[in-house]
Design a protein around this ligand. Sequence first.
Ligand code: PRP
Ligand code: URA
Length: 212
Amino acid sequence: MEFKNVVELNHPLITHKLGLLRKKGTGTKEFRELANEIGTFLCYKAMEDVELDEVEIETPICTMKTGKLNEDKFVFLPILRAGMGILDGVINVIPNAKVGHIGMYRDDANGHKPVNYFFKVPKNIDQKEVIILDPMLATGGSACDAIEALKEKGVKKMRFLCVIAAPEGLKRVTEAHPDVKIYCAHIDEKLNENAYIVPGLGDAGDRIYGTK
Ligand code: PRP
Ligand code: URA
């Protein structure tokens, strides 16, 4: 399945780790570790087109020009709760990025529409590049609401990192926000009648926090 502005990680290591993550017998500890590892790979891919500042450094042998990431330019924005499940994985590689939080849950009694319950971002967010984190992109409702809330705050550059995406949600988000590039580890088959991703991995938040 091809979507414009969607990058699917296609790598044997990702397939391997994703297989372990999906397995219903995988417990909380291993699930968290795997989700964060996949988060690191997603971040690595998403940083592919980032511009570096040119700096001069001294090696033990000589001076040289090299590239330096302006880490301060980036804000990670996990969508609570499940987005926290990949935060460590991305913060490990960009440790000086800022972190904002957006709290949302899907109201399954109301057409799976997202309900926003928390929003806290750095003051100068309109000057930053925002990397939204959420392991699951299902109907795309949560992703669209998060992106819209950030656009209202003046954010111009966003990337969206997820572990598994459903085609239905990708279609919705890419049509509504063609300017936001989405990085996912895998595009799954479809949504089921309860708007869960098939084959998916179940409820990401519950599996990260052991709440069910
Ligand atoms: C999950 C997931 C996404 C959302 C995706 O969160 O983490 O935020 O559902 O579904 P959508 O694309 O149809 O909006 P959930 O609402 O279950 O909350 P949780 O993270 O607290 O478990
Ligand atoms: N949220 C999840 O955690 N899993 C799904 O399959 C869909 C939404």
